[in-house]
Design a protein around this ligand. Sequence first.
Ligand code: AMP
Length: 249
Amino acid sequence: MKVLVAIKRVIDANVKVRVRQDGSGVETTNVKMAMNPFCEIAVEEAVRLREAGTATEVIVVSAGPQAAQETIRTALAMGADRGIHIPGDGPLEPLAVAKLLRAVAEREDAGLVLLGKQAIDDDCNQTGQMLAALLGWPQGTFASKIEIADGRAKVTREVDGGLETVSLALPCVVTTDLRLNEPRYASLPNIMKAKKKPIDALSASDLGVDTAPRLRVLGVAEPPGRTAGVKVETAAELVDKLRNVAGVI
Ligand code: AMP
């Protein structure tokens, strides 16, 4: 079974994101970028499936600028077998990415597609769900455990009230949550090995997908700054402030 993993290059989770002065988006010039953390978890899970003999090949795919190839290399250093880069400098909405991924999944005859539950830059949480709908495949979102056996995937999902376990027929789409696994660090020998692994380029037009945006961003703004706290002398004063100033009790 081939496992396809969708990985997105985003602003590094440790960087403080700043909004561009013209409010057209967030500043990405000279900002450290990295693989979306939920995508790292997806790569780790796919590599574990291959190590367990459940998967035969792990293919990572990323759509985005030339620099997305660095992210693909990182996944190859973690243990993925080969990469596919879909170049494009413009904004890519979840529907466009889902259409690109559908074309790749069909081309590769993937048995399982793993995605992050959400990209930490746009927080859309849409691509996996749209991909499953486009393919007509079952989906297990927010996975904290995946077990593959007898042509089915048993997926434990993190839901509000606890855990829900679903059984999906393969092929299927699964999106990863934080507790699924702890991604490995790539070792130096594996980073060196990754340099020799292939990365194919496939354009959106090769895949027959129109990626033109369908949404118009009206504006992006910083959240309001936090006001300074005050020290209170007594519990009674605290209760008074909570009741009469904050209005929370
Ligand atoms: P989103 O729906 O934007 O929150 O993204 C959810 C997941 O879709 C990400 O964690 C990735 O697995 C995948 N994804 C989103 N954008 C891309 C992209 N440009 N290239 C590859 N995968 C992507």
